[in-house]
Design a binder for this molecule. Structure first.
Ligand code: BMA
Length: 321
């Protein structure tokens, strides 16, 4: 039997569309998660109509990481002009005891194709959200932005050190000879504040068949004793979305210490294979409770799911290559 390093929860999906709330009646997927030592807070993407396909964000919480209680009210609704066509794929991270949310915004279309950017917001209670604005550069069609949960004291040389925030992002237009990649890839950026980042380094580009079309960061990195654990997604030429994982050096996150050659999760179950977009496993949230890693992901752009792994086993598996 195939050894499963990441095990699906037997009662998946953990959230399904709720027909009693118009704004989340069609699809709920791609959920962010943050564990505060007592509860897992979840922010999820919700769709209530297919005419304009505008996404909003809902909120749910759980004591055990599996069973979630949701709020009836919309958590984050498009309000700003730059959010006009929707708010999608939130990611949650705690930095200095404060929760931050990166989320994709669609503010316009170019030749029928939505142009994506990423914005930042913060909250202390999951009721009020303070917007901090767009954090990606204009025209880079930039999604899948996650922030490392702490500033990193990076060693630049034997003498020089630099303490900054680190970000992962996926600028789709950064392809071609001058970028050194021909497919959308995961880049590492640095910034002195949380609202802008520069000094970009190419981190992970498509390598395997299952990720040959593009890769994008999934969950905000998690500190482990062997390095930062990153769960990301890869898309094949057949547009199948799967999850992979990598370990990055704790002090120099531009160093990739290990990366899975095969997906750790790929669409297999009905709820991952059939939905609004078929064959999608899209990880966006992760947390650790008692040494167990919980990975939250969207199934087929329709439902929210969770899979778990023993944290040490997964790290060993990734480092073993
Ligand atoms: C990506 C994003 C995700 C979505 C995925 C599969 O580009 O839009 O929100 O889950 O495609 O459709």
């Amino acid at each position: 039997m195939k050894k499963e390093i990441l095990k699906r929860y037997s009662k998946n999906p953990i959230l399904i569309p709720n027909e009693h709330n118009w704004w989340e009646s069609k699809a709920v997927f791609n959920c962010a998660a943050l564990y505060d030592g007592d509860k897992v807070h979840m922010l999820y993407r919700a769709v209530g109509e297919y005419e304009n396909y505008i996404s909003r964000i809902g909120y749910a919480f759980s004591k055990d990481g599996f069973c979630f209680t949701r709020r009836n009210e919309i958590a984050i609704c498009p309000l700003e002009e730059y959010e006009k066509y929707g708010i999608e794929d939130p990611r949650l991270v705690e930095i200095d005891h404060q929760a931050y949310i990166t989320y994709v915004i669609l503010s316009g279309y170019v030749r029928d194709k939505p142009q994506a950017s990423t914005a930042l917001a913060t909250t202390t209670d999951y009721i009020d959200y303070t917007r901090l604005g767009i954090i990606t550069s204009k025209g880079s069609d930039n999604k899948d932005v996650v922030i490392f949960p702490e500033k990193i004291n990076e060693r630049l040389s034997d003498r020089e050190e630099n303490i900054t925030y680190f970000f992962l992002h996926r600028p789709s237009t950064w392809i071609g000879a001058s970028y050194g990649v021909d497919r959308p890839s995961i880049w590492l950026g640095e910034g002195n504040s949380l609202t802008s980042f520069e000094k970009h380094v190419l981190l992970l580009k498509p390598e395997q068949k299952w990720e040959s079309l593009k890769v994008g960061a999934g969950t905000p990195p998690i500190r482990t004793k062997h390095g930062w654990l990153l769960i990301y997604h890869g898309v094949s030429n057949e547009r199948v979305y799967s999850a992979g994982a990598a370990i990055l050096d704790l002090r120099e996150p531009s160093k990739v210490l290990g990366r899975t050659k095969k997906p750790i999760l790929e669409p297999e179950t009905t709820y991952e294979r059939y939905g609004d977009v078929n064959n999608v496993v899209f990880p966006t949230g992760a947390c650790v409770i008692d040494e167990k890693l919980f990975v939250y992901y969207g199934g087929a752009d329709k439902v929210c799911c969770v899979a778990t792994a023993d944290l040490d086993d997964l790290v060993d598996y990734i480092l073993a290559g």
